[in-house]
Design a protein around this ligand. Structure first.
Ligand SMILES: Nc1nc2c(ncn2[C@@H]2O[C@H](COP(=O)(O)OP(=O)(O)OP(=O)(O)O)[C@@H](O)[C@H]2O)c(=O)[nH]1
Ligand SMILES: [Ca+2]
Length: 659
């Protein structure tokens, strides 16, 4: 999967507003929001999302745009592009994909509809005046990670040149990069627990583990009790709350790679396959997870591998073609057999089947997808991304059980291909869902040994991009607010203590003044308590409902060119919970410290202060999320301006915030 997921994290660098400076952040994951979620009866928080394929190939792209980019062909035959470029590499000596100018142009064109819809979508989310100050990031994950370096570099360089030419946003070359599996895992966990309101909650709440299933890899992240200091260990500090995480990425366990490995397994069972048969694409493979009547060419990317890998798969007693990792075209034919399909999925889940460890690990005895030394998943998990996609494919709600997935999968497999292919909306890889059904269930139950009751299938709109946006925005915010000195302070004083000190001294000041019967003039007029405590919380001065609800930037133009935040925006379908701001404190921040990603000597503090994370709401329009300290005060004002008293107290709070 080359472009299984390009996530653009669009975060507005500080829009330099007269003090206090403010910054907005927006993370753009592709998501089509709630409207279609109702089709599947998903509760409000389960929203559809679309990955790149859907957006670029299956969304109604502007027709001439699609034709212009040659999309109409690819939209109808999703494997066409893969087949046409079987065995080609982007970065042949001449630096052209597939070695020909035509191929280069074609790849660039496809690469362009892939990025262009993202840019067009983001341009609609962010008011034009803020485009120049909005930072644009492109992060690539496992699908690109597993490409040869020359190919991934070619892709990223071209992504960068497309951005330079077509993006109105602020971008830099080093903001177009591949992130590691561990980073992807940690970002996903942050996004999940942010959306579910667990992040930074005070008193501390049990966080959810995240299972993020992609096309090439699976990320597993959870809070661990013991503080194991191994390569999966991450420490995350949010305000006064410390989270000890285990985060790891299982390459080759994504949906597309898993199906590919099922083809490898079947290929290995065919006796006397010659290399020339393989090279000529003459090998026919009968697949028990494909419906009867299915007959298509398939490019198997794991069927041939460079000798450098630990023992390239041997087919029929002969070494496969040596040389670069490249696709091998085979003929797949449907030979549906549910029991054989489930057994095949089980071998794909079992890592020992791939490491030729004899005897292999018994999936019933221990999590057979985990290499030795990886901590076993612990606690309650949200299964997101690819898990959500499989549930949605079979029209299952999040309440459905894993057995329901198996039942739906069995029904789907029993259909003939002609019926099956039109029984669902057009989308990529319809033919693989007969395999994906047993695969995702066995991956959870036998690969990871997570019991059904510990799994919630999460929303499609929770993706790791949201986690990146939080941290990038936090970084942007802390720099844009000129908090360097504060950063230095933070190195020595925990922000929580700092804010407690401020609050106590402010209260003393007010008491002292009231003792001498002196009250400032503007207080005399007000009849309001100075600190308005929300009835639901005594722990924070500023109650920002959690989970944070991002609001699509839908400014109300006051007609005089000034932009005003919508008045008292509604909080869509969420529990009004104060975001734990730390014992009546005005702030908390997310920091990643002591992690293999960042050596503890330079503890990386991704931080943003929830003082300034205004009220954010996801509306039903899109997973566009942004926050703005400046605007949050407006939000707070607008949120609280139900009454005059509220307005004064929020002004007082806002004054406090400015402190
Ligand atoms: N129909 C449909 N399928 C999707 C959608 N999102 C993901 N998928 C399917 O899930 C698979 C994996 O999703 P990706 O978004 O490609 O996964 P990824 O996280 O980018 O993959 P990695 O490179 O491993 O990180 C794809 O091959 C699709 O078949 C979606 O919105 N609609
Ligand atoms: Ca992924």
């Amino acid at each position: 999967m080359v472009f299984s997921r390009i996530a653009e994290v669009i975060s507005a660098a500080s829009s330099r507003i007269s003090a206090p400076q403010s910054s907005t952040a927006l993370s753009a994951g592709l998501s089509t929001e709630a409207s279609s979620a109702h089709q599947f009866g998903f509760p409000n928080n389960l929203r559809l999302s679309s990955s790149l394929q859907d957006f670029s190939t299956y969304r109604q792209l502007d027709s001439e745009e699609a034709v212009g980019l040659g999309y109409d062909r690819y939209a109808k035959q999703p494997n066409l592009l893969q087949r046409e470029n079987a065995g080609s590499s982007f970065s042949k000596e001449k630096g052209l994909p597939g070695g020909t100018p035509f191929m280069c142009r074609k790849w660039l064109r496809v690469f362009m509809a892939a990025i262009k819809p993202l840019l067009q979508w983001a341009e609609k989310q962010i008011p034009e005046h803020a485009h120049k100050t909005t930072s644009l990031f492109i992060y690539a994950t496992a699908g690109v990670r597993r490409l040869p370096t020359s190919d991934s570099k070619w892709l990223l360089d071209n992504a960068w040149s497309i951005l330079k030419k077509n993006s109105p946003f602020l971008c830099q070359r080093d903001w177009v990069k591949i992130i590691s599996g561990t980073e992807e895992a940690y970002y996903g966990w942050t996004a999940l627990n942010y959306r579910t309101g667990m992040l930074g909650a005070i008193p501390k709440k049990e966080t959810f583990g995240s299972l993020d299933l992609g096309g090439s890899s699976l990320q597993v992240t959870f809070e661990s009790k013991e503080h194991m200091h191994n390569e999966t260990n991450l420490n995350l500090r949010i305000g006064a709350v410390n989270h000890h995480l285990s985060a790891y990425s299982l390459s080759g366990y994504g949906l597309n790679d898993a199906f590919d490995k099922s083809v490898v397994k079947l290929l290995k069972r065919i006796p006397n396959v010659t290399t020339s048969d393989l090279v000529n694409g003459k090998v026919e493979i009968k697949h028990p997870c494909l419906q009867s009547g299915y007959k298509e060419q398939y490019v198997c990317s794991h069927c041939a591998s460079s000798p450098a890998e630990n023992g390239s798969p041997v087919v029929g007693g002969k070494k496969l073609v040596k040389g670069r990792k490249s696709g091998t075209t085979v003929q797949l034919t449907g030979a549906p057999n549910w029991e054989e399909c489930s057994a095949l999925a089980k071998t794909v889940v079992n890592l020992s089947e791939w490491l030729n460890i004899s005897p292999g690990v018994d999936c019933d005895m221990q999590p057979c997808a985990l290499p030795d030394g990886l901590p076993r998943p612990f606690g309650q998990f949200y299964a997101i991304s690819g898990f959500f996609v499989v549930y949605r494919f079979f029209n299952l709600t999040s309440e459905a059980s894993l057995d329901d997935v198996l039942e739906k999968g069995r029904e789907f497999c029993e259909k003939t291909w002609d019926i099956a292919r039109v029984s669902v909306p057009p989308q990529p890889f319809i033919e693989q869902y007969c395999f994906r059904s047993p695969y995702v269930v066995l991956l959870l139950r036998e690969g990871l040994h997570i019991t059904d009751k510990n799994i919630i299938v999460g929303s499609g709109s929770i993706t790791w991009t949201l986690g990146v946006a939080l941290l990038e925005a936090g970084k942007t915010f802390s720099t844009s607010w000129g908090l360097h000195s504060y950063e230095i302070l933070r190195m020595k004083i925990n922000p929580v203590i700092l804010i407690v000190v401020f609050l106590i001294s402010f209260i003393f000041l007010v008491c002292a003044l009231s003792c001498v019967n002196w009250t400032p003039r503007f207080f005399r007029r007000s009849y309001l308590p100075l600190f308005k405590h929300n009835s639901t919380s005594t722990s924070s001065v500023l109650n920002i409902p959690s989970p944070f609800r991002f609001k699509r930037w839908s400014p109300i133009n006051s007609g005089d060119g000034r932009v005003k935040m919508p008045l008292s925006p509604t909080v869509v379908g969420s529990q009004q919970r104060p975001f734990g701001l730390g014992h009546g404190l005005g702030g908390s921040s997310i920091e990643l410290v002591e992690s293999p990603l960042y050596p503890s000597t330079s503890s990386v503090s991704h931080s943003f202060s929830s003082n300034n994370l205004g009220q954010m709401q996801f509306d039903s329009g899109g997973m566009a999320s942004f926050w703005s300290p400046h605007r949050s005060q407006m939000c707070l004002q607008s949120r609280r301006s139900q009454s005059r008293e509220d307005l004064s107290s929020s002004l007082a709070d806002a004054h406090l915030v400015k402190i």
